[in-house]
Design a protein around this ligand. Structure first.
Ligand code: ADP
Length: 477
């Protein structure tokens, strides 16, 4: 089997490799992918540093052309890349193709942004002096990504980094190197100069940690767990480095008595169980007022009976497998914890076997949960959700906000008053009305509050905040 290698200083390199396994069929090896060393990582950082002066002064047209070419190729290959994504991560083929399309759109968006770079010219408070405010690239950016969006998250970090003139050391998650390798290959062939984008696949404890320990990264943009995010933050204070962290969520979905029941059920089922519940914006706390509670639970249970859990590439699969054995153990451990805490298992909770050996788990719904239980406070990151019964809107809002996290927050209601109040008072970076808590646009800001996020927003024009540094220049006229 050929090894998909790391790209360091414009050369494909690396003989040590690990297998990329399909969670829908653990007998299938998706490919052999290089596993980089600390030396590889330091070489990549040195290459990115050497490439920075020229790339940071490259013309915006050059950046536009490369980003546009990448977006076009990803779109042209959406079915093939979507299938690769579904095979390595386990989300269903339609979800995976949708994510691939989104990656393409992100490259298209930042191809456009490259042509819209602008600054400000303002008068000085002193006579005969002019003031210019401009944005300059930050330097070498470290990009560390998780396994749950193998193509979209790398795209939404790489595209703005390049757009604004930075160079990159990119370390994808060990579980899903395939899509990352593919987009680096695409960008490399689209004409990026050597060393501008370096790919170092491998272990977090080796490649990631070497990045954290380097004094030469001007910024790190990270998506992953709270624990690793804290390590990124602490190491970055040491190195006076800018950071952007996207971490966990425990996103609430409020369902009020006046909700349209079918809208509420669709939004809740999507939020909690699509993409196997493995989205940081997934909802795992369904906060339901007592007038609709029993009808909602009944309708949700009926809905769950219709969802097929199976191989990600099979037509008709609604929910793919859990990503790996370790995550499956976390999910089943939390199901046991929920039972012990006294929540009632209303649906699911069991492993299932299919034609191929994979990590298949039924969508799992608890009822009679309280917001103090561990299943309501800790991020599970699987197809496990609980219903928390509340008296009225006021209690629902207070329970929704009573969490260490603050990424996304949803409400199902037909009341303009409650929808408006919720939009203003939900303590989250993103609020959804009559929509799932997950599923966002590519051209507007993404990010959260509290323990979910740290630093400025990702995506849309707000991405410039992280990937540039502001300069104020004064000139005597
Ligand atoms: P998850 O539990 O979802 O895998 P992690 O935070 O462990 O979340 O992983 C997110 C990304 O962080 C991955 O690319 C992983 O390899 C990387 N990572 C893990 N440990 C470290 C570390 N010590 N330093 C830097 N990156 C790390």
């Amino acid at each position: 089997m050929t090894i998909y290698q790391n790209l360091i200083a414009g050369e494909w390199t690396g003989a040590d490799a690990v297998e990329n396994i399909n969670p829908s069929d653990t007998k299938e090896v998706v490919g052999l992918y290089a596993s980089g060393s600390a030396t590889d990582t330091n070489n990549a950082i040195a290459a990115a540093k050497a490439a920075f002066p020229a790339w940071s002064r490259s013309g915006i047209w050059e950046r536009h052309v490369i980003l546009k070419k990448a977006g076009d190729e990803i779109m042209a290959r959406k079915d093939e890349l979507g299938a690769l994504l579904a095979r390595e991560e386990g989300k269903t083929l339609p979800e995976a193709i949708g994510e691939t399309i989104r990656a393409s759109q992100i490259f298209e968006f930042f191809a456009g942004e490259a042509l819209r770079l602008a600054g400000e010219v303002v008068p000085s408070v002193r006579p005969n002096i002019g003031v210019e405010i401009t944005r300059e690239p930050l330097g070498v950016i470290g990009i560390i990504t998780p396994w749950n969006f193998p193509i979209a998250i790398p795209a939404w970090k790489i595209a703005p980094a390049l757009c604004y003139g930075n160079t990159i050391v990119f370390k994808p998650a060990e579980l899903v190197p395939g899509c990352s390798w593919a987009i680096v290959d695409i960008l490399n062939r689209a004409g990026l100069p050597k060393g501008v984008l370096n790919l170092v696949m491998g272990k977090g404890s080796i490649v990631g940690q070497t990045m954290l320990d380097s004094p030469d990264l001007a910024g790190i943009t990270f998506t992953g767990s709270v624990g690793t995010g804290k390590r990124v933050a602490l190491s970055s204070i040491e190195h006076n480095r800018k950071i952007q962290l996207e971490m966990g969520g425990k996103n609430p979905m409020v369902i009020l008595d006046d909700a349209d029941l079918s809208v509420a059920v669709e939004a809740a089922a999507n939020s909690a169980f699509f993409s196997t519940g493995q989205r940081c914006t997934a909802s795992s706390r369904l906060i339901v007022t007592e007038g609709i509670h029993d009808r909602f639970v009944q309708a949700m249970t009926e809905k769950l009976k219709t969802l097929n859990v199976d191989h990600a590439l099979k037509t008709g699969t609604h929910i793919g497998p859990v990503v790996d054995e370790r995550q499956l153990k976390t999910d089943t451990d939390y199901i046991e914890i929920g039972k012990k805490e006294g929540a009632k298992l209303a649906f699911g909770g069991e492993l299932i076997s299919r034609d191929t050996p994979g990590f298949y788990l039924q969508p799992t719904l608890f009822t009679e949960a309280t917001n103090q239980m561990r299943i309501s406070r800790e991020e599970i990151f699987g197809p496990v959700a609980s219903v928390i019964r509340v008296k009225d809107y006021e209690e629902a809002l207070s329970v929704a906000n009573d969490t260490p996290f603050g990424l996304s927050s949803g409400i199902a209601t037909t009341s303009l008053k409650h929808a408006t109040h919720f939009k203003r008072n939900a303590e989250a970076g993103m609020v959804m009305v009559n929509l799932p808590t997950a599923g966002v646009d590519f051209h507007v800001p993404f990010g959260g509050r509290k323990a979910s996020s740290y630093g400025s927003r990702e995506q849309g024009k707000y991405a410039a905040e992280f990937f540039t540094t502001v300069k104020t220049a004064y000139t005597l006229a």
